[in-house]
Design a protein around this ligand. Structure first.
Ligand code: PLP
Length: 405
């Protein structure tokens, strides 16, 4: 019979894409949908220079393929940005511009992982790392971080994870700032991690530094992993335009890495998507060439207010804990207290495991039986249009959580 490959069957659908699709379907059916707690994208528009550049790109004929690796002016602009703002010196030959950070991550794993290699992922984490690693035939391995430690990976936890088959450990993922916890690894934590990786027995390990949210930090300054002594060679730096510049739909991101890795990623990209959109590349260049510091400060102030409000509302729900996010635009609420109290945990071993150690991001949903989370999600989506009504609906949902019949 006609079949779908076992590889595709093994990986799960992107959870964020699934929630977005549900929200769209409900909207199309005439429901009033609040997606304030839905997909990870800013609710503001990109800076005006970006919008102007999109229009101009067509007028100026930037509608053709660029070289696969990305337009050389844009790659130079990215290198200038990384040098001036992040203290990391790259050559344009070390940059591969892709269709969003997600593709850059896929190509980075593909470029360095052989089948069975271990990809260490501190959790709670962004929903896609495990599945992308599996797509690359690598083996994702979770390292649990806890709320008590501010969801920061410690050197001790890293050392412990590296004890298992260290020769096969190929990549450590550091998502900083972190989706979904909003944790920002301070310099001391990064230095402690780098110190472990400097040991000769770990010299073969890369760090996938997913810094797609680097512009969105509140009080802890962002430190680029590649700027640490001796780490640039080891770093697969993923950056992009989706989050800080609110250009999610333009699909523009990049990988900066040692030349051989950037070349491998480019070779791969040449066979899957060719270049990123030429229009988006012009828009990205405009964003980098203009001074957006003041614009960004204003956006951060708005995000800070929303963060404070969201965390306050979450902490008002009995049994819910939420550490203060230091970056990105997420709040990671721990519902395990509520679940235990309602006796939900006794109903299902899956639920019990999820409550004790949330394995992945996207809120409490992952790993819970669908019957328990489906209804609350729809309820949240049904709220009014603003953050306040979304939080009202969320609080109602938590109040209604019941054991599965
Ligand atoms: N990395 C993280 C941690 C993310 O949260 C996202 C998007 O949600 C991405 C990468 C992918 O970004 P892009 O939209 O540029 O592909």
């Amino acid at each position: 019979s006609l079949r779908i490959s076992s590889m595709v069957k093994r990986i799960s659908e992107s959870q964020t894409a699934a929630v977005q699709a549900l929200s769209k379907r409900l909207k199309d059916s005439g429901r009033r949908v609040n997606s304030a707690l839905c997909i990870g994208e800013p609710d503001y528009q990109p800076p005006d220079v970006v919008l102007d550049a999109i229009g101009k790109a067509g007028d100026e004929g930037h509608t053709h393929y660029t070289v696969v690796q990305g337009d050389s002016e844009l790659r130079k602009g990215i290198c200038d940005y990384l040098r001036d703002k992040k203290g990391a010196a790259y050559d344009p030959a070390q940059v591969c511009v892709s269709n969003g950070g997600k593709q850059a991550i896929y190509q980075a794993f593909m470029a360095v992982c052989d089948p069975g290699d271990r990809v260490l992922v501190p959790t709670p984490c962004w929903v896609s790392y495990h599945d992308i690693a599996q797509l690359c035939k690598a083996q994702p391995v979770s390292i649990t971080t806890t709320a008590e430690e501010g969801y920061l990976l410690t050197a001790a936890h890293l050392e412990q994870a590296l004890q298992v088959d260290p020769g096969r450990c190929k990549v450590l993922v550091l998502c900083n700032p972190c989706n979904p916890t909003g944790a920002v690894l301070p310099r001391e934590s990064l230095e402690a991690i780098a110190e472990v990786l400097r040991r000769p027995e770990f010299a073969h390990i890369y760090v996938l530094a997913d810094e797609i949210y680097e512009q969105l930090v509140f009080d802890t300054p962002h430190v680029c992993f590649a700027s640490l002594e001796g780490m640039q060679e080891r770093t697969l730096l993923v950056g992009g335009f989706s989050k800080g510049f609110a250009m999610t739909g333009l699909r523009l991101g990049y990988l900066a890495a040692r030349k051989a890795v950037a070349a491998a990623a480019t070779k791969l990209q040449g066979q899957i998507t060719s270049c990123a959109s030429s229009v988006s590349q012009r828009a990205g260049l405009a964003a980098l060439r203009s001074d957006q510091a003041e614009w960004l400060r204003e956006r951060l102030q708005e995000l800070r207010e929303k963060r404070d409000y969201t965390v306050k509302r979450l902490r008002e729900i009995p049994g819910v804990a939420c550490p203060l996010p230091e970056g990105a635009f997420y709040a990671f609420a721990n519902l395990s207290g509520v679940l235990w109290e309602r006796g939900l945990s006794g109903q299902d071993r899956l639920l019990r495991r999820a409550a004790r150690a949330p394995r992945r991001g996207a809120g409490a949903g992952r790993g819970l039986p669908r019957a328990d989370v489906g209804a609350p999600l729809v309820r949240v989506l049904d709220g009014g249009q603003d953050l306040q009504s979304a939080m009202d609906a969320f609080a109602d949902c938590v109040a209604e959580l019941r054991p599965a019949p």
